[in-house]
Design a protein around this ligand. Structure first.
Ligand SMILES: O=C(O)CCC(=O)C(=O)O
Ligand SMILES: [Fe+2]
Length: 737
């Protein structure tokens, strides 16, 4: 018996067609090295190609889990996706009809092309950092074919009975390749990001085994099972299941008519189901643990905000008040100009460049400038957790945007925060002392798959790229009309009023999705974002206490804000973004960032504490949150499976309503002030309302108020005096302090 043939797993992309994400190779290196350590294969790494070689029990003659037409490979490259290509040899899918990519490969083989490494030289990069607009063009880069050829050449070779002749330095045999059957096993990048390396290896192995004629007995059942058990997420499990199903399908088609035995199919389905159950079990365990971690009822004076919160409300969790004990969190200093990235470029703001349509060399130049800015932001994000990009949008555009928002301002409502015992039980109330802005959520420009389960967000507008208020009642008020089908549609003339908002959002999305996310491994899985939150701090000392946006693993990974004020914001106006970054693993002294018009602030939503200091001038901002695909899909799945069987959601809104109604005089708009004495009538009403609450709602309110038990709370509510109500109100107003 001869020794097992070698095989390769390679990642190839075409730097001519796609923009190479700088951090991508690092991630792939980690990814591939884990495959390497699992399989004992040798790993080799180049900036554009990573490959594994080694003896294996797998025969790669017919690797077929996902058969990709040559044209679709090309199209995928065009769509700027990278492909993971696992291939023992290069191949045509449609025999006799090779697509262009395949032709390229053939040509490259024939020509025995040398490969030039893409990218800038170290010296050029240094130069670019100084003067991003004067970057020399990168050296010519090889085609996908050449790269594919390269890795095939370096490691390529004898597979199975019909080994691919290693390219010889003498005249290559053309006939050896011309009629070659070529098969590509390709996973689009987003699969790659979601599936664990272990799973990918196993799934690939399984597919290959099956592809060889359904010899499932050869398939390492136990190892597959153990890998599947290690899946951390439902999303991964689902992907794995899909891949398995595809494998079954293609194995059937790919084995020259030999069908896979039913028993084999069943086995696959069983494995997938087993995995699904396993995941559900893990999720339930997690849920139980969370439940146990919930705080016990605390006493009134020490009443605190919940550790966690539901993203239903987009309301964050609070730390202590920074203002209470001056400098407790470090002495704030202003952010220096050199610490922010300059978004003004000789040819316009970053936003305007991102929206520009250009061709040829001009397009490349623009791309390079924007890419450079994103690289600088990514660097700062990785070093400190936050980055400031000045002059992202032109002041004139910002002014136009603010004007177009003017007629929406009456529809803003005071932002609510989440108070309660945990992520799931609590209530949303307005506590201006903690958070004093007014907000309006705008839908549009992004997908909403599953988000109705999770967000306050309404239905996305139907028009391509349209932007509308999420709240349908607001939509109704600003000039929408009912169409023939009874659907309420926003009036085109009103839509037009948000054109600046739309453009700014579009450019922020482009910057994040197409540039930033490819340059920072922490952002690698970003695939969607929240609705846009417009916020106005009315002045008069309004602020937002120190907090971290995402402490409940709700999926938010990056917070991006754009300030919509004038550019001459004064120090005495206050309203700074105070942000606690990291330096060398240590928390830095807080930096104060002025909310200058057109300035973009970005930070990791799940890590970076920040606050808005008291604003003495009207202060405008827009915020969007970008989601990590995995964390988000898990959170959505958890929210969906938790459902509302227990009536939690209803109880929460009843509790919120009760607190708002009984304490509205204190916290709502036109607050009456703490000293206001409640009338007998008011006290009676509160007792009566409390008596009407469901058991669950009482538990929530009691928890928020810090009553030792639900009975205590009810008793207190019924025998409320003006003094005890004042005390209760005062306690609640200090929440978070
Ligand atoms: O407006 C800002 O600068 C920050 C606002 C903020 O922290 C938030 O909305 O979560
Ligand atoms: Fe925040």
């Amino acid at each position: 018996m001869s020794s097992p043939p070698p095989y390769q797993i390679g990642i190839v992309y075409d730097p001519n067609e796609i923009s190479i994400p700088e951090a991508y190779p690092q991630m792939l290196e980690v990814y591939i090295s884990s495959i390497s350590s699992m399989t004992g294969l040798d790993m080799s790494f180049a900036s554009n190609c990573i490959s594994l070689t080694g003896p294996a029990s797998l025969d790669l003659r017919i690797p077929l889990p996902m058969r990709v037409e040559a044209d679709s490979i090309k199209a995928a490259f065009k769509r700027k996706k990278q492909m993971l290509i696992v291939s023992g040899r290069v191949l045509t899918v449609d025999e006799g009809q090779p697509g262009e990519l395949v032709e390229n490969v053939m040509k490259a083989r024939k020509a025995q092309m040398g490969v030039v490494e893409p990218g800038l030289s170290a010296a050029a990069e240094e130069e670019a950092e100084k003067d991003p607009e004067n970057v020399p063009p990168p050296p010519p880069t090889p085609s996908a074919g050449a790269l594919l050829d390269k890795y095939s050449k370096v490691k390529g070779g004898g597979v199975g009975e019909t080994p691919l002749a290693p390219p010889s330095s003498s005249a290559p045999s053309t006939t050896a390749y011309d009629n070659q059957k070529v098969t590509v096993l390709a996973y689009p990048t987003n699969y790659l990001q979601l599936i664990s390396p272990a799973a990918l290896v196993e799934v690939t192995a399984a597919c290959l085994t099956l592809a060889q004629g359904g010899k499932l007995a050869d398939f390492p059942d136990a190892s597959m099972k153990s890998v599947m058990e290690s899946f951390p997420s439902r999303a991964q499990s689902e992907l794995c299941r899909q891949l398995l199903m595809q494998a079954v399908k293609y194995a059937e088609q790919g084995t020259g008519g030999a069908t896979l035995p039913d028993a084999a199919k069943q086995k696959f389905v069983q494995l997938a189901e087993f995995q699904q159950k396993k995941i559900e079990g893990v999720l339930q365990e997690q849920y139980k643990k969370e439940e146990q971690k919930r705080r016990p009822l605390s006493d009134l004076a020490g009443s605190k905000y919940g550790e966690k919160r539901s993203t239903r409300a987009h309301a964050p969790v609070f730390d202590k008040d920074a203002g209470e004990e001056e400098n407790k969190w470090g002495v704030p200093v202003f952010l220096q100009t050199a610490e922010s990235v300059q978004g003004h470029t000789g040819s316009g703001s970053v936003s305007s460049l991102l929206l520009k349509t250009s061709k040829g060399s001009e397009k490349r130049r623009v791309k390079q400038v924007v890419s450079q800015k994103a690289a600088q932001c990514a660097k700062r994000l990785q070093e400190r957790g936050f980055a400031i990009l000045d002059g992202f949008a032109d002041p004139a555009k910002v002014k136009q945007l603010r004007d177009e928002l003017d007629n929406l301002e009456v529809h803003y409502s005071p932002s609510e925060i989440w108070v309660g015992k945990g992520a799931d039980l609590g209530a949303q109330i307005v506590v201006p002392d903690v958070r004093g802005d007014k907000v309006l959520w705008m839908c549009g420009g992004h997908s909403t798959v599953d988000s109705s389960l999770f967000d306050t967000a309404g239905v996305q507008p139907k028009g391509k790229g349209a932007i509308e208020p999420c709240d349908i009642s607001i939509k109704a008020q600003i000039g929408s009309k009912i169409d023939k089908g009874g659907v309420r549609k926003i009036d085109a003339s009103v839509m037009g009023k948000f054109s600046n908002l739309k453009l700014v959002l579009e450019s922020i999305d482009k910057f994040v999705f197409e540039e930033l996310a490819r340059k920072d491994p922490r952002l690698m899985r970003i695939n969607s974002r929240s609705d846009a939150m417009l916020a106005v701090y009315p002045g008069g000392g309004s602020r937002f206490q120190r907090h971290v946006d995402n402490t409940a693993n709700d999926g938010r990974r990056l917070t991006v804000l754009i300030y919509l004020n004038d550019t001459d914001w004064k120090e005495e106006n206050g309203g700074f973004l105070r942000v606690w970054g990291e330096a060398g693993g240590e928390v830095e002294a807080p930096k104060d960032v002025m909310p200058l018009g057109g300035r973009v602030a970005m930070f990791y939503s799940d890590k970076v504490p920040h606050e808005v200091t008291a604003a003495h001038q009207k202060r405008y901002a827009m915020t969007v949150w970008y989601y990590d695909a995995l964390e988000r899909s898990e959170a959505v799945a958890a929210a969906a499976s938790a459902g509302d069987e227990k009536g939690d959601f209803e109880a929460q809104s009843d509790a919120s309503k009760f607190i708002k109604e009984t304490l509205a005089g204190e916290f709502g708009e036109g607050a009456g002030g703490q000293d206001r004495t409640a009338s007998e009538e008011e006290l009676k009403r509160i007792g009566m309302l409390a008596g009407k609450l469901s058991k669950k709602a009482i538990a929530i309110v009691a928890g928020i108020c810090g009553a030792p038990s639900e009975e205590h709370f009810l008793e207190a509510a019924r025998s409320l005096t003006a003094d005890s109500l004042a005390e209760l109100r005062s306690g609640l107003s200090k929440m978070g302090v």
